[in-house]
Design a protein around this ligand. Sequence first.
Ligand code: AMP
Ligand code: GLY
Length: 426
Amino acid sequence: MARFGLRVLLVGSGGREHALAWALAKSPLLTKLTCAPGNAGIAQVAECVPIAATDFDAIAKFAVEARIDFAVIAADAQLVGGLWDVLEAAGIRALGPSKAAAVLEGSKGFIKDLCIEAGIPTAAYRRFQEPVAAKIFADSLGYPVVIKADGLAAGKGVIIAASKAEADKAIDFMLEGGFGGHEIVVEEFMEGEEASFFALSDGVNVIPLAGAQDHKRVGDGDVGPNTGGMGAYSPAPVLPPALEQVAMAQFIEPTVAAFAAKGRPYMGVLYLGLMITKAGPRLVEYNARFGDPECQVLMPRLKSDLLAMLLAARDGRLDGFKPEWRDDVALTVVMASKGYPGSYDKGHVITGLEAAARLPGVTIFHAGTEQRGSGIVAVGGRVLNVTALGKTVAEAQARAYAAVDLIHWDGAFCRRDIGWRALNRS
Ligand code: AMP
Ligand code: GLY
């Protein structure tokens, strides 16, 4: 493959995809970046084509016609659904993982079994397809207990049950097809602080990327319903360099080796969700992609060429690859529309974007936005990721909120405490 003059296709439309597009657009290897379908922010750095990320055949047809050299698939639904396989079958190189390897995220039961085989520390668990035994096992673990639907459930497939009544209800609900499955994992509740760690594999070699911490609850102080993520920062003080080494040696490396041994080489990003318990780090979950909004704090810190790095992963050339990172802290605040994570308003015009983006260290990644005439309107639940670099968490946080305060639309809200765990430590 030509090393320069690459035509690259990015699939997706969220804040993560804007951050990836922004980083890919800086690559000297790039000739043209196209995004399907993109959003109003991505359109500032890429050509957007109105093809739904769910329409695999249309994406492959476009990629062939546009003579795309490399495709980046950013979201779990496409990876678990097998878009990588469809593109590669059409002769388009793509960043995976393949459908076979995306079970890393697509099946909670598969990955728990793999933890046992590979000696990866995780919560005690069992898999069930019928309720009676599941309820007995849940009861034996005590409460709270964690009930997980086996498949992808748009981040909603986990119930932490505080009592036997709640656990029984969750087990019945999920085994009767709630969250789209008929198999569950019942597991021990782990206490601790959560952190995310990212790595990149070419199927054989795997390199560390960086750590980050997300804020999943909608409300300040981590209260209220779970969301896709209301803010993040990187690096995460809960994951000092020594723990990153543990994450590689005890989690990531044995996982990549186990996938290779199973004949499902894992090529792509590994997102390791850890619980830092008193007894050490334990696996909560794996995802087969960058996190959203974690990606929005990793990309501003990445000094190396993202496109070169992802291509090296696709082509089995990651051995010896050492990405460089800025020492600065990156912090992102998600601005959402009133009602999120439930139903929310759409179509309000956003003001203040340009003034906010001119502040020092600030970059704004769009999630649910659309260009309408000369205005940009909010069309998603999560709308913007207001991101800032700073020498410290406090500086990055102050810069991000200074930018947030310049941006308005009807019904906009955000958490005001992104970064609080890191600030509490220092
Ligand atoms: P998951 O979809 O597996 O990331 O689970 C969603 C969230 O549920 C995680 O981010 C954790 O906050 C929580 N969770 C999942 N499994 C456990 C566990 N075994 N113990 C405590 N919390 C958990
Ligand atoms: N921020 C959580 C996720 O991307 O799954």
